[in-house]
Design a protein around this ligand. Structure first.
Ligand code: MN
Length: 283
């Protein structure tokens, strides 16, 4: 199942080049007064809602996918987690390039652990990402993202994939510089997720998701989750040892070699046979 969010928080089921508007299922979500429970209510309820989504799609209005601007498919994660330096080829380039490490020693993920990106940085397919400074380098980082499906606390790697709702492409946009990652990677629009959520049942092997990134049609990054230093199950074990993962929480699993600056007017596209095509432009 491929689920997208379009227009003003409408829910769509992607069917080829069309989107079935299955927003009526949102009426089945619990209604809360302040304060809602942590995490994304739709992702939390998804296992129960799937039959109704499929049924609604039979008769729901259908819109052409082309031209729809999509929001991030997860509306309200409690956390967006980033994995620094989780591909060997990116470790090599980061250690070799002073513009990437800024005099700091770059360590692989086992030493660094993970970081957090502000949830206010979320953006979706078709977004225009504003560069926040005239004089700071901003890089693209193409990544595969994992969306947590149910509460996970101290989950061993062997049990981790049972806690996954699905997968999406991501851009972990980054201001280069000496500050903390959480600051530099949390500007508005810097956590791009999409184009839609591909539910876990459609991904035969999350350890073999290929993806690539182009800027203005020129290839810049290409890799596969098989080359992750810490695999998706290992990442879930690592971070859930520190904090509870709630439904909808997003783990951006790291970027391979080829990170490079973007400029106003650039069109950045991440594609994956399994996850679709995610495009943004730089404003
Ligand atoms: Mn990254």
């Amino acid at each position: 199942m491929k689920l997208c969010r379009f227009d003003t928080d409408r829910l769509g089921l992607v069917l080829g080049d069309m989107v079935a508007d299955v927003s009526a299922v949102l009426d089945d979500l619990p209604a809360w007064r302040w304060v809602p429970p942590p995490g994304d209510a739709l992702i939390a309820a998804l296992p129960d809602l799937r039959p109704r989504i499929q049924a609604l799609a039979e008769t729901a209005p259908r819109l052409p996918l082309a031209g729809l601007r999509l929001a991030a498919p997860v509306a309200a994660p409690s956390k967006v987690i980033g994995a620094p330096v989780n591909y060997h080829d990116h470790l090599d380039e980061a250690q070799a390039d002073a513009d990437l490490h800024h005099g700091q020693t770059v360590h692989p993920i086992d030493r660094m652990g993970c970081f957090l990106k502000a949830t206010s940085a979320l953006a979706g397919h078709g977004a225009v990402i504003a560069l926040p400074f005239d004089d700071r380098r901003v890089d693209h980082e193409a990544e595969v993202a994992v969306v947590i499906g149910r509460t996970a606390h101290k989950v061993p790697a062997e049990a981790a994939l049972a806690h996954v709702a699905g997968y999406a492409l991501a851009l972990d946009m980054t201001v280069r510089g000496p500050q903390e990652r959480s600051l530099r990677k949390s500007c508005d629009g810097f956590a791009v997720l999409g184009p839609w959520l591909v539910t876990a049942d459609e991904i035969a092997d999350p350890g073999a998701i290929g993806f690539e990134l182009t800027v203005n049609g020129t290839a810049r990054q290409a890799s596969d989750t098989r080359y992750l230093i810490r695999s998706i199950p290992e990442l879930i074990e690592m971070v859930s040892a520190f904090y509870t993962l709630h439904p909808g929480d997003v783990i951006m699993t790291g970027t391979p070699a080829g990170v490079a600056p973007v400029a106003p007017g650039d069109v950045v596209v991440v594609t994956s046979p399994a996850l679709g095509r995610l495009e943004v432009s730089i404003g």
